[in-house]
Design a protein around this ligand. Sequence first.
Ligand code: 5BU
Length: 273
Amino acid sequence: SKSQLTYAARASSHPNPLARRLFQVAEAKKSNVTVSADVTTTAELLDLADRLGPYIAVIKTHIDILSDFSEATITGLKTLAEKHNFLIFEDRKFIDIGNTVQKQYHQGTLRISEWSHIINCSVLPGEGIVEALAQTAQAPDFPYGSDRGLLILAEMTSKGSLATGAYTSASVDYARKYPSFVLGFVATRALGEVESEVAKKEDEDFVVFTTGVNLESKGDKLGQQYQTPQSAIGRGADFIIAGRGIYTAADPVEAAKKYQQQGWEAYLARVGG
Ligand code: 5BU
């Protein structure tokens, strides 16, 4: 499968421009780390983004947990993304009918389409959610061109997750049906071999982001379940997502460097480097 190939090789062959950019960033910075910056003020978010920026490929936000979201949040994030060459992933998890998610994505208070390169959705509502988001992002008058992409939430890391079986299969079906907008999955493993109603294409290359990565802990008191960078990448993660493992560490910069190094070594081992 494509997970045996280097990021550089995948960057040059991938049909999706944003996926190419993602792999280029990983290669350039030698980092497959996404930091989940789950802090609750704009100042903390921008401070983390600036300090951790050199060591990460992507910053993942929950923009609706900020107590003071404003124009300054958007401007700051965009400026730091350019300064440090990272992409932004808003973990909003769209999950509604097409008509509603189009407005949540491209209109409204949070203006997600304006600043977030990567978004995600659950396929609980069915294929229409993917179709609707793709339609908005690929409309001729969409201002951000091909610089936007979707990850399908195919699995979750929380204890007793119901995102399994037929739900996960449907996630793969829809990724295969909308390859020009779907970059891949948020999942705990590679999904290329999952049973799907849509035939696998010879050259398909879905990007896998894995959350719940932590070097110090096995889980939290609310059902989060962790694995290490080595385990996640061994199972097929292309990008590892760590939140508290980094931002609550005594020294978040040192922690980010540690995840970067371990994530990169695990990747090199996988591609035989
Ligand atoms: P943590 O602090 O590393 O546990 O944060 C994990 C982040 O990933 C947090 O923002 C969650 O909302 C997010 N997450 C997750 O933990 N598990 C999932 O299955 C998905 C997202 Br999808």
